[in-house]
Each structure stands twice: as C-alpha cells, then as structure tokens.
Write a protein that binds this ligand. Structure first.
Ligand SMILES: Nc1ncnc2c1ncn2[C@@H]1O[C@H](COP(=O)(O)OP(=O)(O)O)[C@@H](O)[C@H]1O
Ligand SMILES: [Mg+2]
Length: 230
C-alpha cells in the first residue's frame, strides 16, 4: 500500500475474525471497515453483536484471530507498535469512564501526558482549554468520587483528548447518563471532534444518537449488516 493512501485511511479493518474461549465463542466473523481521516462513524446494533470487541480490536487492546487492522497506516496487530499507537494516536472513552476515583480530575487527566513524557506546561494549558470547553474547569481539583455522573463522563472526554489523538474511540460514551446529560455530552463530543477534524468511531445501541453521526454501520451477530457509506 502506498504511504499516502494508508495515511488517508485512518482505520482499516479487513476480514477480521475474533473468538473467545479458544474459538468456542465466535464474536467477530469477517468484519471489514474503512474510515477515512475526519470520518464520524457510529457502530450500532443490539447488545452482544460485537461493537465493544470491534473497538477493542481497533485499539489493539484485544488481539485478533486473523485479519488486518491498521490505524494511521500502522499495523495494530504488530506487537511492537501497539503501545505506541495507543499512547500517541488513539483516545479511548469507556462507558463507565474508568477514571481513578481517589485522584482529582486534574490528576486523572494528566496520566496520558505522563505516559508519553509530554511537556507539562503545554499539557496544563491544554487541560485548561479542554476543561473549559467541556464545562468541568471548576471541578478539576475535586476527587473523581465526588463528581456527578455527567461530570465524570465529561472528564473522561477531556482525558481522552489530552494527547490530541487522531482517532477517538468511544464505547457507549453516554450510556451511564440520564437523558438530558446524554444529549449534552454527546453534542459536546461531536463538536470537539468536528472542530479538530479528528476521526471518531463510537459504539452505541441508541439509534437516535447514531443518526447524528455522519455514517452508521449496523452490526448484527458479529458481522456488518448495513453500512450507509457503502
Ligand atoms: N472476554 C470475553 N470472553 C468471552 N466472551 C466475550 C468476551 N468479550 C465479549 N464476549 C462476548 O462477545 C459477544 C459480543 O460482545 P461485545 O463486543 O461486548 O458486544 P456489544 O458491545 O455489541 O454489546 C457477547 O456475546 C459477549 O458475551
Ligand atoms: Mg459493548
């Protein structure tokens, strides 16, 4: 593949198979997906169809049985580049935020910076900017356990964007929130990603949220059933 071509294609998944329990539970059954730079894609489908597994495979958190996975032209299946990709190119927002409850929000958000050895002053400036944009600036000094569900999820969004990832993966990022917070955090997520021209792949079982993305990819039983881009 030519370099230009591979860079333009932020996510490339080709005929990926993934099973658990030594092949007894087949979860991804020949999934292929291409997302260009700046693409905003919702993976949808009922619970258990394989959305989270596909996100984990794209991020390299989960190994594949066979198939190809590339992010920004880098081979995710290749062991040696995987950690580097996760630290520098990919942001991840989990359904239940996965922030450390006894650390302050600020300390949590600085973790990705420490992991990559980024400049502290630049990091603090970025943290402030993102915290302003997400409305949690006044909560940065608070321990995560003292924050509301909406504030935690906004905080998780801030953390995921600290290293300015080219690709943001979100797994049901508003799944733990009530309806009014769900809408707000979802809008914020789309605004942040669009304003920066970043690529977003998000899993949601909520068709209303999926419709607000540029493209919906419907999964069913480990396969892609419908992709409104193709
Ligand atoms: N580590 C695992 N071990 C065994 N089965 C798993 C594991 N992870 C996921 N699964 C199974 O894979 C299927 C798809 O799960 P998942 O990707 O979480 O679906 P979704 O996110 O669409 O709800 C489910 O049946 C789930 O039980
Ligand atoms: Mg899931």
């Amino acid at each position: 593949m030519k370099q230009e071509e591979s860079m333009d294609r932020q996510v490339l998944v080709e005929d990926v198979w993934k099973s658990f329990d030594r092949g007894r539970i087949e979860v991804l059954k020949g999934v292929s997906l291409k997302v260009p730079k700046g693409g905003i894609v919702a993976l949808c489908g009922t619970s258990g169809c394989g959305k989270s597994t596909l996100l984990n495979v794209i991020s390299g958190l989960e190994e594949v049985d066979r198939g190809k996975v590339r992010v920004s032209g880098h081979d995710v299946v290749n062991e040696s580049t995987r950690i580097d990709l996760l630290r520098h190119h990919i942001g991840y927002v989990f359904q239940f935020h996965h922030l450390m409850p006894d650390l302050t929000l600020q300390e949590n958000c600085l973790v990705p910076l420490v992991a990559t050895g980024g400049d502290r002053n630049a990091g603090m400036a970025r943290l402030r900017e993102l915290a302003e944009a997400t409305g949690v600036a006044h909560r940065l000094g608070q321990r995560v356990r003292e924050l509301s569900g909406g504030e935690r999820q906004r905080g998780a969004l801030v953390r995921s964007l600290m290293n300015d990832p080219e690709l943001l993966l979100c797994d049901e990022p508003t799944g733990a929130l009530d309806e009014s917070n769900r809408e707000k955090v979802f809008d914020l997520l789309l605004d942040l990603v669009r304003a920066r021209g970043r690529t977003l792949v998000l899993a949601t079982h909520d068709p209303d949220l999926a419709r607000r993305c540029d493209r919906t990819v419907k999964m069913r039983d480990g396969r892609i059933e419908d992709d409104n881009a193709s």
